[in-house]
Each structure stands twice: as C-alpha cells, then as structure tokens.
Design a protein around this ligand. Sequence first.
Ligand code: AMP
Length: 209
Amino acid sequence: MNLVFLGPPGAGKGTVAVKISEELGIPHISTGDLFRKAIKDQTELGKKVKSILDSGELVPDDVTVALVQERLNQDDTKKAFILDGFPRTSPQAEALDTITDLDTAVNFSVADEVLIDRLSGRRVCKNCGATYHVKFAAPIKEGICDSCGGKLYTRQDDAPEAIKNRLEVYYRQTQPLIDYYQKKGIKTDIDAAGSPDQVLTATLKALRA
Ligand code: AMP
C-alpha cells in the first residue's frame, strides 16, 4: 500500500502516520523529519536547508525529490510506504509519478484557527524528539520531557511569523495537489479536527474501505 499524506502543517499527518506505520508495519517517510535530522547531524544537506526550514519556506524541489528518491530506493519501501509531507508542490507530485505508483492520497483537512492553536502550543524535546502540547498534551513538569527529562523547546518554524508563512505556502503550493489526486481518482478526505485517536480511526477505516 503506497500512501501519501496531504494536509496543512498542524493537521496531525505526522502523528497519524507514526501510528499507522506501527499498526500496519509500513515505513513512514517524513521529509520534514529527514531534513531536521540532516540539520541536527550538521550534514551538507542540513547546512543548506536550515534557514529554509526556520523560515517556513519550502526546500527546492530538486533537493527534496532527490532525497525522497534515495529513500524510496531502499528495500523496506518496496511493498508499502507512507509519504508524510511529500509531495508539497506540483513538480514534486509529477516527479513522484515517475518514481512509483500510488494507491491512496489521504487529505487531512482542518480549519486555520485549529492549526494555529496546535502549532503555536507544540513543544519538542531537545534530547529525544518527543512532542508535547501546552494545552492538549502537556508534560507532567512544565518544560521537561516526561520520557527522558530533556528540555522542551518551541521549533523555530512554530513561531507566529513562521506559522503564518507556512500556511500561506501550503495554500499557494500544496493545496492544488488535492485536485491533482482527485483527478487521478485516488484521493480520500479525512476530517482532522478531532482528537488524534479519532483521526487515526477515521484514517484506518478509509484505508480499509
Ligand atoms: P514538516 O515537518 O512536514 O512540517 O516540514 C518542515 C519543513 O521541512 C517545511 O516547512 C519545509 O521547509 C521542509 N519540507 C518538508 N517537506 C518538504 C517538501 N516536500 N518540499 C519542500 N520542503 C519540505
């Protein structure tokens, strides 16, 4: 089952993708995670993309497509994969069509106010990467990771200006892909306004249908 997860930042694609990946044993490929790892490891790629991620802009298509192509060449993706956060532009979607076939494009939709609330309250552990939310999933001790005791921080791209930019980028560059996959007859819509468990249940139901 080859899947792409589409949706604005904060729609919860990543959270659902992690759970589905565990439930169905499918590799989860998040381009955002791959870029953040490259930045953390201070690789050439990481140095090149750091300021782009911080601002909420998109990494150039050729760089992103090459990264995904390399990942999809690995054996664990031969039977199934979830692409989370890719494609995000029409050229990326067209490039993906030349690399592999897709079964379903899952479109997670949520109102802007909910997205802003979710993104601005997100906190991440500097040490282990666990994600919290000041309102919806607060750690036991403020600012400290429950699992490893690491310090929690706000991602630079979750700062108010960057959130605004990421939403604008989404509407301008990524939203047109909903139509692209609709025309191919492989799009399925998920209302992602509910709790993570509700969204997961709805997604699994749609994928099994
Ligand atoms: P995410 O974690 O999916 O929100 O991605 C974080 C950031 O990584 C985005 O704001 C972009 O700067 C970059 N990024 C992730 N996926 C892509 C993509 N498919 N194309 C271009 N840039 C991307």
